[in-house]
Design a protein around this ligand. Structure first.
Ligand code: HEC
Length: 191
């Protein structure tokens, strides 16, 4: 009888420990997403380029969805850029403030939402962290470099914990279908 009591007490304690563990890990995931949102919106200002403008303000229907696929964006070739640089002009941006032309070519802010086909839906946390740290497209060292003005030099210095929090938050935002144009080279052609 005594043995049975001891067993029930141990089993009860075990269940309590499991429940506490599950609750605290759910809480810490929530904290991580909260911190990610804070970093994305208030500190690293990802939307500054990745959320296109509708007029003077951000387009609320395109939160972090990248340069709109139905908006052309600037496309200057190397000759035009040379002439502009003589006038001390380095970079042009579209009226949406999400596409940029310069001596590097033309870049279009990517879709950071979890949309499967057009956003980061198929990306893994590792791809994201590697992309942010190495400045190589999709975090693959054999790929092209990520184009300006993505501030990779700065974000590469973030801690793993911060990058993980940003990734955790990006997984929770609304998926938006927006097939962003791939980068163009200095001649205005696909890279
Ligand atoms: C000053 C503008 C700007 C800001 C701010 C910015 N980005 Fe970007 N980002 C870009 C542009 C432009 C591209 C497209 C570059 C390319 O295709 O090579 C890009 C591309 C990306 C990509 C795709 C990289 C790849 O492998 O193709 C990711 C992921 C990304 N940004 C995440 C972020 C996150 C997260 C933040 C905030 C922490 C952020 N960006 C802030 C401009 C910006």
């Amino acid at each position: 009888m005594r043995k049975k009591h001891v067993f029930i007490t141990i089993a009860f304690l075990f269940v309590c420990i499991v429940v506490i563990f599950v609750i605290s890990s759910v809480e810490s995931q929530e904290d991580m997403v909260k911190r990610g949102k804070y970093l994305v919106d208030a500190v690293a200002a990802c939307g500054y380029c990745h959320t296109p403008r509708a007029g003077a303000d951000y387009d609320p229907n395109m939160y972090l969805a990248g340069h709109p696929s139905d908006s052309r964006g600037p496309r200057y070739n190397v000759n035009m850029m040379q002439q502009l640089m003589e006038q001390d002009i380095f970079m042009f941006t579209s009226t949406k403030l999400s596409a940029f032309s310069g001596p590097f070519g033309t870049s279009f802010a990517s879709n950071l939402t979890p949309d499967k086909l057009t956003g980061l839906g198929e990306w893994t946390e590792k791809m994201f962290i590697d992309a942010m740290r190495t400045a190589k497209h999709q975090g693959n060292p054999d790929n092209r470099s990520i184009f300006p003005p993505m501030p990779t030099k700065h974000y590469a210095q973030m801690t793993d914990a911060d990058l993980k929090a940003i990734w955790a938050y990006l997984r929770t935002i609304k998926p938006i279908k927006n097939d962003v144009n791939p980068v163009l080279n200095q001649f205005g052609r696909p890279f």
